[in-house]
Design a protein around this ligand. Structure first.
Ligand code: ADP
Ligand code: ASP
Ligand code: MG
Length: 467
């Protein structure tokens, strides 16, 4: 069971989530994975960047604020000194580490990816012992464990990849005996360790991924991701107010939604669950009586084919083109080797048949470095006008229409574009993979909401009866 930031946002939320675990632990072996209290990771990262600029106060102020926040939560959750004291001590140790990390950063005015990982992981490390203490108050036995002991990764800081076999060995060895004894391991989400022992993180929002990595490593019967919405909805509820919960959805569909920005799941979440066909549930920790969404290999079909919509913002469109590139065979290869070297994931590619323009989309975080790297790669070609432009547009977004049964359902693309046309939404680029589980298109960022509302209405998603 994984609990996201809002599900451990304060003492009341932690108690509610701990109760879900303690109830389940009466009948099953349960491992809990916890995120940082909501907002903490952002604050840790912001202060790290301030420290990098030489600000010595930001880290101090944040460490103080975190001490207060976590000790208050602990106080509210635990009654007995025996429960409280060891956790207070642990919190102090972690905060002392935080102070040293911020001081070092401010002193050197340098923030390496490795240091940033060490800093951004502090929220999870502070939260797990408090959650374990909350379990103890409810009569369950919880043991806080740092995932550096369990999840082995490569050393790509900020977005490390897990090593499945090593993780399996470590997790079973460390957690197996606890589970056998009826103890609930409370594992820090988001983090792992590289072969040299350095702490790594799995990328923002990565606690979902931690849960499925561990679920697979432990041969779990099911993985439940507890969050603050009723499940996977037909669209982001913040943008489409009549979005509905989808009772059952396939790995494939959920992965497409996650990949194209549905924040409810980290994009890589389903990967570890697929080979062993472990069902993944998305449920609401604030309303545990609701069934939520079940994600399985098959999912369940709905008549119309379109199951959900999603949008990904914070992306930029890069185009490489010009009349000179027609027939130059290595432009595509060199373009994407360049992005691959930066590990800048390409979210969508579109190429016109005359070949004089390749455009693709990367996260905004990677856009400047991708642009610079491409300009370096094509320096000679730009000089000789083989390539006459490499440009970037950061004011765009991708909207995706997702559903496994769209395959072989004619007219989905036509209806999508017709309804957008009627709304006056201009489409900048279009892509549909041959799997036909998603049609994605690029629109200007300010048109996202309008595009989602129009398509949600067109496909009747507010009143569709999935299943
Ligand atoms: P957690 O902290 O539990 O990991 P997140 O904030 O990362 O939670 O993800 C849950 C949020 O994802 C929801 O509150 C919702 O606003 C957003 N979201 C975006 N698209 C969807 C969708 N299709 N279905 C459900 N939630 C979505
Ligand atoms: N706390 C981490 C983040 O904010 C991981 C997570 O919440 O999943 O990115
Ligand atoms: Mg999340």
């Amino acid at each position: 069971m994984k609990f996201g930031g809002t599900s451990v946002g304060d003492a009341t939320c932690i108690r509610r989530s701990a109760r879900i675990v303690s109830e389940a632990a009466k009948q099953h072996r349960v491992t809990a994975v916890v995120s940082a209290m909501s907002g903490v990771t952002n604050r840790l990262i912001d202060a790290a960047h301030q420290a990098k600029r030489g600000d010595r106060e930001a880290g101090k102020a944040l460490t103080e604020a975190l001490r207060k926040q976590h000790l208050e939560a602990l106080d509210a959750l635990t009654g007995s000194p025996e429960g409280k004291i060891p956790v207070q001590r642990r919190i102090e140790e972690i905060l002392a580490e935080a102070s040293r990390l911020y001081e070092g950063t401010a002193l050197l005015r340098e923030l390496t990816p490795r240091t940033l990982d060490a800093i951004s992981s502090l929220g999870e490390r502070l939260c797990a012992p408090i959650f374990a203490a909350a379990l103890a108050e409810l009569g369950a036995r919880g043991d806080a464990i740092e995932a550096t002991e369990l999840i082995m990764t490569d050393s790509f800081h900020g977005g490390a990849e897990p090593l499945a076999e090593a993780t399996r060995g470590k997790s079973q060895k460390r957690l197996g005996p606890l589970l056998k004894e009826g103890i609930v391991p409370v594992v820090t989400g988001f983090i792992g360790a590289a072969a040299d022992g350095a702490l790594t993180t799995l990328g923002r929002g990565g606690s979902d991924y931690s849960a499925t990595i561990l679920g697979a490593a432990l041969d779990a019967d099911e993985i439940i991701i507890w969050t603050d919405v009723d499940g996977v909805l037909t669209a982001d509820p913040r943008l489409v107010s009549d979005a509905r919960t989808i009772p059952e959805i396939s790995y494939r569909e959920a992965a497409e939604l996650a990949y194209f920005g549905a924040k409810v799941l980290h994009p890589k979440t389903l990967r570890p669950a697929v080979p062993a066909s472990i069902p993944v549930w998305i449920r609401n920790s604030f309303a545990p009586e609701k069934a939520g969404t079940k994600i399985t290999a098959k999912g369940k079909s709905i008549g119309g084919g379109v199951k959900a919509l999603t949008a990904i913002r914070d992306v930029a469109l890069i185009s490489v083109g010009g009349p000179g590139i027609v027939g130059v065979t290595d432009v595509v290869g060199r373009t994407f080797s360049t992005t691959a070297e930066l590990r800048a994931e390409v979210l969508l590619i579109s190429q016109s048949s005359s070949q004089n323009d390749i455009c693709f989309i990367v996260a905004k975080a990677h856009s400047q470095s991708a642009l610079a790297a491409l300009r370096r790669e094509f320096e000679q070609d730009l000089a000789h006008e083989v390539v006459d432009h490499i440009t970037m547009d950061p004011e765009i977004a991708i909207v995706a229409v997702v559903g496994e049964n769209m395959r072989g359902t004619p007219g989905v693309a036509g209806r999508t574009f017709h309804c957008l046309g009627q709304e006056g939404v201009n489409i900048i680029a279009i892509a549909q993979g041959s799997s036909e589980t998603n049609i994605s298109f690029v629109v200007s960022d300010h048109a996202v909401k309008q595009a989602l509302l129009a398509a949600h209405r067109e496909f009747g998603l507010a009143n569709s009866q999935p299943g």
